[in-house]
Design a protein around this ligand. Structure first.
Ligand code: HQG
Length: 188
C-alpha cells in the first residue's frame, strides 16, 4: 500500500501548502480569523478545506494529525481543538511570541544574490514577520536549496546577539525566529 492509499487519496503536500496559505499568509480568504497567537479552531479550518477540493470533502481532524505527524518539517501544531502554524507568517498583524534564549550559534541558509545586502544591512524578515534561523547546517542547507543550488550558510552568534538585547523566539525544534539580526553577529 502506498502513501496515497493509506491516506484515502489525500495529497498531503497540496494540503500542507493550502494550510500554510490559510494559517500563515491569507486567513481572510478562507474566512478564518487567527487569534493573537495564530490559532484557529480546527473545525473552522476543516470546514474551509473540505470545500476546497473534492478529495478533501471528508477531511477529518485525524487526517490533519497524520499530516503533522508524517511531515518532513514541524510546521503546524494542533491541540485543544485548535491549530496554528509555528512559523512563516506574513500577516501584517504581528503574532504574540514568547521570547526565549537561543543556542549559542544558529545558521541561516540563503542565496549568493542577496549575500552583499545581508552583510551590509543584516538579516531582515523581508516578507515575513520574523527572520528564520536554523539550529544546524543541514537544516540551513535545506532552507537555502529551496532557492538555489549554490547555498550560502551564515553562522549567527545568537547567544551574543541575545545578550545584547536582540530578541529571539522558538519556532520549532529546528527553527528559531528573530526580529532582525545585525551584521556584527555573523561569524566569519
Ligand atoms: C533573504 C521555509 C536581502 C533571506 C524555510 C531569504 C524556513 C535578505 C529571503 C522558512 C535580507 C527571505 C523561512 C536582506 C534576509 N536583504 N535579502 N537584508 N535579509 N534576506 O522565505 O529564511 O518549508 O521569507 O536570506 O524552511 O528562506 O515554508 O525566508 O533568502 O524555515 O515550512 O530574504 O520557510 O519553511 O525568504 O525561509 P523567506 P527563509 P517552510
Amino acid at each position: 500500500m502506498d502513501a496515497q492509499q493509506r491516506n484515502r487519496g489525500i495529497d498531503f503536500v497540496a494540503l500542507s501548502k493550502k494550510m500554510a496559505h490559510a494559517l500563515r499568509h491569507a486567513p481572510w480568504i478562507y474566512e478564518l480569523e487567527l487569534d493573537n497567537e495564530g490559532w484557529v479552531p480546527v473545525a473552522d479550518l476543516l470546514e474551509t478545506l473540505r470545500a476546497e477540493r473534492r478529495q478533501w470533502r471528508d477531511l477529518r481532524e485525524e487526517d490533519l494529525a497524520e499530516l503533522i505527524a508524517r511531515a518532513d518539517k514541524q510546521r503546524y501544531e494542533m491541540r485543544d481543538g485548535k491549530i496554528r502554524a509555528l512559523y512563516g507568517h506574513s500577516l501584517s498583524g504581528k503574532l504574540a511570541k514568547i521570547e526565549a534564549t537561543p543556542p549559542a550559534l544558529l545558521y541561516h541558509g540563503t542565496t549568493p544574490a542577496v549575500l552583499d545586502a545581508i552583510r551590509a544591512h543584516g538579516l531582515k524578515p523581508m516578507r515575513r514577520q520574523y527572520v528564520h534561523l536554523s539550529v544546524d547546517v543541514p537544516t540551513a542547507l535545506q532552507v537555502a536549496r529551496r532557492r538555489t543550488d549554490r547555498a550560502v550558510i551564515l553562522k549567527v552568534r545568537a547567544a551574543a546577539a541575545h545578550a545584547q538585547g536582540i530578541k529571539f523566539y522558538r519556532g520549532n525544534d529546528m527553527v528559531w525566529l528573530a526580529d532582525s539580526v545585525p551584521p556584527e553577529y555573523f561569524s566569519p
